[in-house]
Design a protein around this ligand. Structure first.
Ligand SMILES: *Cc1c(COP(=O)(O)O)cnc(C)c1O
Length: 219
């Protein structure tokens, strides 16, 4: 199937999952994850009206997106992958939303850089819901302190929480935990759910889902 057909199918599955959850599908954003795909494979999605995209590497986004942005004025590009301090300046200039704020150091560097560039981008705090030692993210029991550091001390615009559940586990309990943490911290937005589990995530209150291979094909 083409990228356009895939997009239509994902949108219709999102609408169905929203309806089953008694939610309004209009409140759920599809972030089309275009990492590893070349600009000419992404263009049909823009032509089909898709406007929100996710990339996981700063340099790759920097190479592809200035040209693609010229195709539509209202594109919103999300960083969904780990960020190194020495790439923060580029990240703040290339992206519109940073979804992967996962440690204090990067929160501080981003806050400085946003101030320097006069771009106060919305951010998500990435939570390590599975407490996996090798995985990025804030531990669930540190979320409250970290949210307060980011918003009160650093002045970051915290839009919500994001998670990537452990690959080999049922994602439901992880989505439920993220939902609980967001509600405890008065955060409205939940970025969770990928190609294999976005419908489940919508059932647990996802306000945005990050879908890559189901739209663009295998990487
Ligand atoms: C690659 C990626 C996705 C999309 O994964 P698919 O399984 O291709 O839908 C979503 N979120 C993050 C953080 C990713 O790195």
């Amino acid at each position: 199937m083409s990228v356009e057909e895939n997009l239509l199918e994902i949108k219709s599955k999102m609408a169905k999952a929203a309806e089953e959850a008694g939610r309004d599908a209009d409140g759920i954003v599809l972030v089309a994850v275009s990492k590893t795909f070349e600009a000419d494979h992404i263009l049909p999605a823009i032509e089909a009206g898709q406007r929100v995209f996710g990339e996981n590497r700063v340099q790759e986004a920097q190479a592809k997106w200035p040209g693609l942005r010229a195709r539509a004025s209202d594109i919103e590009l999300h960083l969904i992958g780990p960020l190194q301090s020495n790439k923060a300046a580029e990240a703040v200039s290339v992206f519109d939303v940073i979804e992967s704020v996962d440690r204090e150091k990067i929160a501080r560097v981003l806050a400085d850089e946003m101030q320097r560039q006069g771009r106060n981008l919305p951010v998500y705090i990435q939570v390590n819901t599975g407490s996996e030692p090798q995985k990025a993210g804030i531990a669930p029991d540190e979320v409250a302190n970290f949210v307060s550091l980011c918003s009160t001390e650093l002045g970051l615009q915290v839009r919500g929480l994001m998670c990537i559940p452990p690959v080999d586990e049922n994602p439901g309990p992880h989505f439920a935990l993220l939902q609980k943490l967001a509600s405890e911290n008065n955060l409205q937005n939940l970025s969770m759910g990928m190609s294999s589990d976005f419908e489940t995530a919508i059932g647990f209150g996802a306000t945005s889902v990050r879908v890559g291979s189901a739209i663009f094909g295998h990487r």
